[in-house]
Ligand binder design. Structure first.
Ligand SMILES: Nc1nc2c(ncn2[C@@H]2O[C@H](COP(=O)(O)OP(=O)(O)OP(=O)(O)O)[C@@H](O)[C@H]2O)c(=O)[nH]1
Ligand SMILES: [Mg+2]
Length: 212
């Protein structure tokens, strides 16, 4: 069982130029504005107001760093997970909450600067080991997500991975779920409202961020 021993806000930055270096692997949360990035960070860290979320798109406007300290103990009635055991009892990751893509309700100039910063950041930040790409499960087939995926794949380094998660699963009906599974048979669903899929997502994020 993985516990969250601590999760705290470290700092905000406008982009890569004013981002400090941390001696820690980083997990960057990417996706359209309003898809649920900040809410998922709160669910993963079990801290309700840690990352600011809002029903108004464009809530997160800076790069926000959250240090997350995990702990784990292995009990006899739990299936032993060798990969996780390799990490030892304590380990940390930096979660990076990012502004959403595709939100244009700011001035054209602001929007341009903002997307350029974001672009530079995800391309060049050395410690990012995992991109968590969140996709709204009700609109899983949008060009913006396809473009984002292809784009990240185009510069992905050998020590980096992408994990796709489909959000707001509580709003998805059976037909919608079936349709999505047909297009992506291994789709992973999360709902921060219901808490479903969060533990599984946390485990996968940890494993992939550490290259396990
Ligand atoms: N029903 C439902 N709503 C959710 C879920 N996750 C997030 N939301 C809602 O979606 C809205 C946007 O959530 P945020 O976490 O702020 O989204 P974001 O991707 O960080 O948005 P930006 O910061 O604007 O890029 C909020 O109103 C959340 O309450 C979910 O699993 N189910
Ligand atoms: Mg946000």
């Amino acid at each position: 069982m993985i516990n969250i021993n601590d999760a705290k806000f470290i700092t905000s930055a406008a982009g890569i130029a004013d981002s400090p270096e941390f001696a820690m692997s980083e997990v960057a949360f990417l996706g359209r504005s309003n898809v649920g990035k900040s809410s998922l960070i709160n669910a993963l860290t079990q801290r309700k107001g840690l990352a600011k979320s809002s029903s108004t798109p464009g809530k997160t406007q800076l790069v926000n760093y959250f240090e997350v300290k995990f702990g784990q103990k292995f009990s006899e009635n739990e299936k032993f997970d060798e990969a996780l055991a390799n990490l030892g009892e304590n380990f940390s990751l930096m979660f990076v909450d990012l502004p959403g893509f595709g939100y244009a309700k700011v001035s054209k100039k602001m929007h341009y600067i903002w997307q350029k910063n974001l672009d530079e950041f995800i391309k060049n930040r050395p410690n990012i080991k995992l991109f968590v790409h969140l996709i709204d499960s009700r609109q899983f087939d949008l060009d913006i997500d396809r473009n984002l995926r292809e784009y990240v794949e185009s510069f992905l380094r050998g020590d980096q991975q992408i994990l796709r998660l489909y959000t707001k699963a509580d709003k998805l009906n059976q037909a919608g779920r079936a349709k999505l599974l047909k297009s992506d048979p291994g789709a992973l669903f999360v709902s921060t409202l219901k808490g479903s899929g969060v533990a599984k997502a946390r485990e996968l994020i940890i494993k992939r961020a550490f290259g396990l």
